[in-house]
Design a protein around this ligand. Structure first.
Ligand SMILES: Nc1nc2c(c(=O)[nH]1)N[C@H]1C(S)=C(S)[C@@H](COP(=O)(O)O)O[C@H]1N2
Ligand SMILES: [Mo]
Length: 323
């Protein structure tokens, strides 16, 4: 991983310790718990925050405790920058989808866990969150399009979800699937795309410490455009592997075919590990544009996370693991 320099950034001072807001959210939670929330529609003029608390009962749990093992040598991307520049094709095939994504309904939200497991289970997102060890991690994110950002994600390790799912010994891969609902997601009307968005990992990748299930960012529940209420963060792989708004996780014995493999098999493969020396068919991967500064910096092997993940690919370096 990158040199261990811990810098306190301005967003931390301004953002995470906003006691007034979290105190307010906790009060809202309490009211919701007492059943008084039923009257919320008649209050009128609700602030965005209280509307969020009403729709997202997990709001009072944030911020999660930061896991100090994940440190960065880069500036944090300001929240307003990466929450207005997103890839979420369900809401349009361009970066300005943040408004359209507000149509996403995030409660009730059910996650199905099935396939080669002890017992398939369907559970609500808040039940899942209640069972998982919650923490915050600072991660880099490197899009295959050669831009990058740095984000404080909240969530839990994918490893803990795998343990909860109790996969059978025949399980070799994990397959993830995004919701399908054309009435919320206008992009899903573009029938030339192979909806739903699908992604996959090997079991060893899914059990690696770095693989993170994300429920929040910047010390609060995920904004919808980030793929709420549940997405992946796989910082050593190109960003498209970090699938958003997950409704189904299946354990399988065959490698799942991902959305982008389906769209363009010559350009996108199953592993998609970051490697500055292996170019995309149409552009170089040697460097990347830092989203908030516009600066160009060299791209690092495994996006700087080789220490944690290189062992997963020992002896496979000459295979198709770099796109
Ligand atoms: N369901 C779904 N997940 C997705 C995408 C998408 O279009 N749909 N885009 C991917 C790509 S290409 C990237 S770079 C990241 C972008 O995440 P961000 O908008 O939070 O930066 O989400 C990934 N996950
Ligand atoms: Mo991406």
């Amino acid at each position: 991983m990158a040199p261990n320099i811990i810098c306190r950034k301005s967003w931390e001072l301004a953002g995470l310790q906003t006691t007034p807001e979290s105190a307010f959210l906790n009060r809202r939670q309490l009211i919701a718990g007492m059943g008084a929330i039923a009257s919320i529609g008649s209050l009128g003029g609700l602030s965005a925050t209280s509307a969020m608390a009403a729709e997202d009962p997990s709001a009072g749990l944030y911020p999660f405790k930061r896991n100090e093992a994940f440190v960065l040598d880069r500036d944090m991307t300001p929240e307003d920058v990466n929450s207005t520049y997103n890839n979420f094709y369900e809401f349009g095939s361009h970066k300005q989808i943040s408004k359209a994504a507000q149509k996403l309904r995030i409660r009730p939200w059910t996650l199905m866990i099935d396939g080669l497991v002890d017992k398939p289970v369907e559970l609500g997102i808040d039940d899942l969150i209640a069972k998982m060890p919650l923490e915050e991690r600072l991660y880099r994110h490197r899009c295959v399009e050669a831009w990058s950002m740095t984000i404080p994600w909240s969530g839990f390790s994918l490893k803990s979800l795998v343990e909860f799912a109790k996969p059978l010994s025949g399980a070799k891969y994990v397959r993830f699937e995004t919701f399908v609902d054309k009435s919320m997601a206008s992009g899903q009307g573009q029938s030339w795309y192979p909806w739903p968005y699908v992604e996959g990992l090997t079991m060893a990748e899914a059990r690696n410490d770095l693989a993170f299930m994300v429920t929040g960012a910047y010390g609060k529940p995920l904004a919808k455009q980030f793929g709420s209420p549940l997405r992946l963060a796989l910082p050593w792989k190109y960003g498209f592997k970090s699938i958003k708004s997950i409704v189904k996780i299946s354990f399988t014995d065959t490698a799942p075919k991902s959305f982008w493999q389906e769209v363009s098999p010559g350009e996108y493969g199953f592993y998609a590990n970051v490697n500055p020396k292996v170019n995309h068919k149409r552009w170089s991967q040697a460097s990347e544009r830092v989203l908030h500064s516009g600066e160009r910096v060299p791209t690092l092997l495994f996006n700087g996370y080789g220490e944690q993940v290189a062992g997963l690919y020992k002896g496979m370096e000459d295979q198709k693991i770099w796109y």
